[in-house]
Structures are given as C-alpha cells and as structure tokens.
Design a protein around this ligand. Sequence first.
Ligand code: NDP
Length: 337
Amino acid sequence: MADTVVWGLIGASTIAREWMVDSIRKHPSGKVKAIVSSDLDRAKAFANDKSIAASYASVESMLADPEITAVYISTTNDRHLPDALAAIEAGKHVLCEKPLALEIADAHKIVDAARNKGVVLATNHHLRNMESHRAIKSLIDQGAIGKVNSIRVFHAGELPDSLKTWRLHDKAAGGGVIYDITVHNGDLLRFYLDANPIRIAAIAATSGAGPRRIEDSVMSVWEFPGDILVQCHDSFVVGYGPRGIEIHGNQGSILGIDVMSQAPGGRVILRTKDGDREIPLELKVTYDRGVADFIAAIQNRGKPPSSSGDDGVWSLKLAKAVAESAATGRTISIEHT
Ligand code: NDP
C-alpha cells in the first residue's frame, strides 16, 4: 500500500500490548514492524506475542531502519524525552505518551525539535477522543446547560497489581498520580472549555503502601476564565468509586458516569428543567481515533493530530502546577505564554 505508515514501538509496555498495537493495525495504513525494549528478551517476547517482525535492545538500531516512518513511545515517563528527541532526529513522526516530559523546558525541546525537523508530533491524550467526552463537549458547545460555572472530576481508581511498579515506587521514572492521571484532566478540561486555567491549588497524600514522597492521591481546585471552578480528585487507591465527571451550568448539568477510563463505555446524562435525557453513545476504542488523526496528519490530510505537542506541553504545565502547589502549599498562577 503506497501510503502505509510503518511503525516502530519504543517501549514493551502494557498500554502498547493492551491497546496501541491493535489500534495501529486496525487502521488501513497502519503496519507495526518493530519493537524496542531495554531488555532484548522482553522485546522478543512482546514481538512473539504480537507477531511483530523485528525486536531490538537499542532505540538507535531500530531508528536506523528507513522503512519505519513513525514511532509510538510508551516507555516510563523519564524516558519520553531522550526517546522522542532520538526519533525526531532520525526523521520519524512521533506519537508520544503523556506526560511528554518531566520538565516544561524539556517538553518544549521536543516540540521545537519536531517543528524544526518537519515531523508530526502528537501526545497520546485519549480522553478527548472518547465518544462520551466528545458527546459532553458537544452538549457544552451547543449551550445545552447554559453558561458553565463548575466542573467536578472523579478520576480516582485503583491500579491493577501488574502496574504497581514504577508509578508507586520510582519518582525518578516519573511516578506518582499527578504525572499519570492529573495530566489527563488538564488536557480534558482544556478540550471542554477551549481555555487555559488561571490558577490552581492542591493537596496531595500517600494514602497507600508506596514511599511517602510519591503521592498516590491528590485533590485540586482550578479556576478557569469566566469564573469557572473545577475540582479534581485523582487517586491510585480508590477501589470502588465511580470514575466520572460532572459539568454544571446555569441551565442544567451533564453527568458523565464511569467515563474516566481507557475502555469505551459509561453513560452521559443531560439533566435540565425537562428532566434527565440519556445521550446514546457508540462504543468505539478511544485510541483508534488518536491513531487515525495522527496518521492523517502524517499523510497531510490537513488535520492536526487530536492532541498535539503543544497540548502535551500545556497538560504537563498544569500537572506541574498541581505538583508545585501540593509541595509548597501555595496557589499557583498559570503563565499563559
Ligand atoms: P508499563 O509499566 O507497562 O511499561 C513501561 C515500561 O516499563 C516499559 O516500556 C518497559 O521498559 C518497562 N517494563 C515493562 N514490563 C516490565 C517488566 N516486567 N520488568 C521491568 N520493566 C518492565 O507502563 P504502562 O504501559 O502502564 O505506561 C507506559 C506509558 O504509557 C507511561 O508513560 C504512561 O504514562 C502511559 N500511559 C498512557 C495511557 C493513556 O491512556 N494515554 C494509559 C496508560 C499508560 P522497556 O520498554 O525498556 O522494556
């Protein structure tokens, strides 16, 4: 196929295994050719499980394959920066996991490198691609609840045992709930409101079994322009709470029930003076849309990826504001530069 996009995967990760390889392969132009892991046996086992032709133990050797034109990066958060810069330097388009980096200056470096090299860079923020969140955004934009005045985000779940690794124990790898979960809230709220917040205050805690300096729960309050207040509860230690979102306006509310997850599903209800109306949702895999938009951007179909490199800088900036507020007890003003 002339317009095939041949992918290399950087990271023998759970998300690549459970979602991304399948989403890439479902696309008519998507072909997965290679995987790289820091451990060759892990790369080989992954390649074997997923029927991938080539496995590597070094990023550079995989990037040397000229047939590979795009990479998906899902290594631990600290490795996104060197992996993305290496891939961009090799002229590959990059779909990178969130957070783009651990420092804002480093995320800017990735965005600048991609721009200078002329390759597409996208951040894999999945919530804005979910049918439920797209339905909510559409209701907000239609004015179905009037002027939005507040949002409550319930993004608190429990990590499966297989993921109770670096997220809970390794700060240097980018562990902690803020860089894992809060960063997604930042992207989703910007998507809903087409605006960036003005200030954020937060308190974090280690309520589970991880080291005390790595937060597994955080509550934060955000102010957006137009006197919109947002409250977020993000956690790794809430086993049975519904993961949802409420958007409140002066003429109604939108309830997103069980919509803060990776799998399609959940419910969206519009509540107004006329009562409750359930919005029908198609059950589509959210990552399929992100991959399709990324491939369309590579093929110059005139559409940017659904969450760009700049969006990735912004969501990191907001996560870092939450982290800074939690660490210092101060309310953090957000610079809009
Ligand atoms: P994993 O812990 O499954 O994988 C991360 C890395 O850990 C892998 O790249 C691998 O490194 C290493 N690793 C994997 N298995 C083992 C093992 N058995 N022993 C030692 N090391 C191992 O992470 P996730 O898949 O959960 O997350 C990866 C990235 O994706 C993160 O940046 C995360 O933030 C992001 N993510 C994004 C989501 C989204 O919806 N956008 C959802 C989930 C995660 P190596 O490749 O070197 O072998």
